[in-house]
Design a protein around this ligand. Structure first.
Ligand code: SAH
Length: 352
């Protein structure tokens, strides 16, 4: 156990000792804030790899998609906003592509990790950082991108016991080990009707932070104009299931051991995100499979052009394209949702 990890574990253990069990969401929030704050976890030597780190083609497709909307709508100004930009790779690839179409927006990053902010500045030196959504500009439309951001936000879990639905709470184990148990308070009222009589042991998840962020940004888009693109792994209809998972060095681990040293994620509820957007009066496209969207926007044409100018890299380019697009890779596991203001053009890539 590293000193960082020991600190997070000790802090959580002390909190539980003093005030009783904490929610899975509070545990996940403390663990992930420490995890992302301490270092850059991305890449082959890190814990996990994301689509923009697999190939420049991913960010380029996002850039082309945004440029197409921008060219058709031509707002006088428009801000590029990215939530949780990681190493800034997606933004750098997208912005380079947008520049080719003559578009150079100001760049705003919502990021709470000091370690990753430093990386992002290297990739996009002009980026302006935000601690929360309130400080995002209000004077022009926003083009918002979020890749693997929502899956890092804390989920609350509920479990069906003999006594009814209970929130899952976290208790202490030994050292850096914790465990999740059903809490004591009845939570049946919080469970949608359709799931109340599920099988014993069923788990229902919600992500209040995701809903809140989506609601705030949707309200901004309805007022200021603009579009939002959300890419993540998740589900498109209300569902039961324990999707909380931990990854370290590209391998699954126990989410309740060694908090702060593992990447904790949960599947994103795209049905809920789409509803938040619709409730603010936005239109939505998707959710669609990542593979279908990338193909629709033109990844195969881009792969051909890249291969023609880098023939020695042909095999790598094809492998990256396949990893992003095929069902055996990220093609169907990952979903893409667009939300856009009513006066804005219908976005490409959704088979409309
Ligand atoms: N989008 C990047 C990185 C995904 S990892 C990519 O695709 O490569 C998740 C990112 O979200 C990291 O940059 C992390 O620091 C950031 N993040 C997680 N929780 C956050 C929060 N509550 N507020 C702001 N940023 C957050």
């Amino acid at each position: 156990m590293s000193p960082d990890s020991a600190q997070v574990s000790v802090r959580l253990a002390q909190e539980i000792e003093a005030s009783g069990p904490i929610s899975v969401a509070d545990y996940m929030r403390v663990a992930n804030t420490a995890y992302y704050g301490r270092a850059d976890p991305l890449g082959a030597e890190g814990d996990f790899i994301t689509a923009p780190e697999i190939s420049q083609m991913f960010g380029e497709m996002v850039g082309i998609w945004l440029s197409d909307i921008w060219l058709r709508h031509r707002p006088a100004t428009c801000h590029y906003v990215e939530l949780g930009p990681g190493r800034g790779t997606l933004a750098a690839d997208a912005l380079r592509t947008m520049q080719r179409f003559g578009w150079e927006p100001s760049v705003h990053f919502l990021e709470n990790s000091p370690a990753l902010r430093a990386k992002q500045l290297q990739a996009v030196p002009d980026a302006i950082f935000h601690d929360n959504l309130d400080s995002l500009p209000t004077d022009a439309p926003l083009c918002i991108v979020a890749n693997e951001f929502f899956d890092a936000l804390p989920v609350q879990q509920f479990i069906l016991t003999q006594a009814g639905w209970r929130e899952r709470v976290v208790v202490r184990g030994d050292g850096a080990c914790f465990a999740a148990l059903p809490g004591v308070c009845a939570t049946d009222d919080l469970i949608p009707e359709q799931f109340r009589d599920a099988a014993l042991g069923s788990i229902y998840e919600i992500c209040p932070d995701a809903s809140s962020i989506m609601q705030q940004l949707s309200a901004r888009l309805a007022k200021q104009g603009g579009v939002m693109l959300v890419i993540d792994y998740g589900y498109t209809q209300p569902a039961l299931g324990d999707t909380l998972q931990a990854v370290q060095h590209h391998t699954y681990a126990d989410p309740f051991t060694d908090p702060g040293q593992l990447d904790l994620t949960a599947h994103v509820d795209f049905f809920e995100l789409a509803n938040c957007a619709k409730n603010s009066g936005l239109l939505v496209a998707g959710p669609s499979d990542q593979g279908a969207w990338l193909s629709g926007v033109g990844i195969d044409q881009r792969a051909q052009i890249l291969t023609a100018s880098n023939p020695t890299r042909a095999a790598d380019i094809t492998a990256a394209r396949n990893r992003l697009v095929t069902p055996g890779g990220m093609g169907t596991l990952f979903k893409i949702l667009a939300a856009y203001d009513q006066g804005w053009p219908q976005p490409a890539g959704f088979g409309l």
